[in-house]
Design a protein around this ligand. Structure first.
Ligand code: ADP
Ligand code: MG
Length: 364
């Protein structure tokens, strides 16, 4: 490209997909996947993640728009000609083949010489830490081991792109967390581009270079995990990733990137203005529970309010407080577990505060 930016490995241009000619499963999708990156499609069930992935794989055709891989238009290229590795939630291993035969399958169909197959299968097995299990049948393996076989099978022909659709969904929590790190380390070691689908925000944040958030068929924001969490551009993203206190109000005044917002109960808060905001715009002010502070620290903040402590939950690593303020009873504050919190009793009146930079006025 003329500006020196490397061309993305994948490019969706104005992609729309309708299965029934009425509702759009995916619409107006413009998304690039950079070479070597780990990009996750995140969103609730039915938001269009799998549809996006299956169009990239070639199992489904876009109703409108084009898809490019490595600079070439693949919109009408059949699945087997795209050279993409795939891993699904249900493993989809062949039950009547051994582990070794399963992993060899993509090489066999590509008519790879036998000696080369043996070496590549051994390497793939070792990559997913299953050395010595080539002769087992899939049903003789645990769920985690079966999923590793599926990953090895997707990687064995050294594709430039691997797609994974909720691959850890069937595993229990501990194994899932362990496999998240295994996949992330495998990605780092091989440098292969991965596009991953999950509805689990922690999984997405753990593994990804960037996360693309979907809701009802639309890409809402794509950014590195930290930016997505700290600087959501919409109420949907603020609420889907982590927890947010959201206070409806109206913009009273704008000055630079800051604005003052009049809340429903008449109080005013200072917030960071996001997007095209103007005085009179209805917004939701979003504040993360861990950005709210108490007592002396609160006194130093641009935003502070007297609040009544309603409920204290001990969560081990943190305390979760529910408070009444702004005419509401659902203000949540999270404090890291530490000293001096023994005196937090329901009924106490506390000052809670937060900085203008930690609170965003999001047009709804
Ligand atoms: P996700 O993977 O985010 O859960 P999907 O891409 O599977 O979402 O689905 C997006 C929308 O498309 C949903 O409304 C779903 O019901 C619909 N859909 C998905 N696959 C099909 C299909 N094969 N035929 C008809 N509708 C489908
Ligand atoms: Mg899906």
């Amino acid at each position: 490209m003329s500006n020196g930016t490397p061309e993305p490995l994948v490019r969706f241009i104005n992609v729309r997909k309708s299965y029934d000619g009425k509702a759009d499963a995916v619409r107006a999708l413009n998304l690039d996947v950079e070479t070597g990156e780990f990009l996750t499609l995140l969103g609730p069930s039915g938001s269009g993640k799998t549809t996006t992935l299956t169009m990239l794989a070639g199992f489904e055709q876009p109703t409108e728009g084009r898809i490019f891989v490595g600079g070439a238009d693949v919109t009408r290229v059949p699945v087997e000609k795209r050279g993409i590795g795939m891993v699904f939630q249900n493993y989809a291993l062949f039950p009547n083949m051994t582990v070794g035969e399963n992993i060899a399958f993509p090489l066999t169909v590509r008519r790879t010489p036998r000696a080369e197959i043996a070496a590549k299968v051994a390497r793939a097995l070792s990559m997913v830490r299953l050395d010595g299990l080539a002769d087992r049948r899939p049903q003789q393996l645990s769920g985690g081991q079966q999923q590793r076989v599926a990953v090895a099978r997707a990687l064995v022909f050294e594709p430039r792109l691997v797609l994974l659709d909720e691959p850890l969904g069937a595993l229990d929590r501990q194994l899932r967390e362990q496999m998240q790190y295994e996949l992330k380390h495998l990605h780092a070691r091989l440098g292969v581009t991965m596009v991953y689908v999950t509805h689990d925000q922690i999984e997405a944040m753990t593994m990804s270079d960037r996360v693309a958030v979907f809701s009802t068929g639309q890409l809402r924001q794509v950014a590195p995990p930290r930016l997505l969490y700290e600087a959501p551009e919409s109420l949907f993203v603020a609420q889907f990733l982590g927890e947010s206190n959201t206070l409806p109000g109206t913009i009273a005044r704008l000055s630079g990137s800051e604005c003052s917002v009049t809340l429903a109960d008449g109080t005013t808060v200072i917030a960071t203005a996001v997007g095209a905001c103007a005085a009179g715009t209805a917004v939701n002010v979003a504040v993360r529970p861990e950005k709210m502070v108490l007592g002396a620290a609160a006194a130093a903040c641009a935003n502070k309010v007297q609040a009544t402590l309603l409920e204290v939950s001990f969560l081990g690593d943190q305390l979760r407080l529910r408070l009444g303020a702004f005419g509401r009873e659902d203000i949540v504050v999270k404090l890291a577990n530490g000293a001096g919190q023994e005196t937090l009793d329901p009924g106490a009146v506390l000052t809670i505060g937060w900085h203008a930079g930690d609170c965003r006025a999001l047009a709804s």
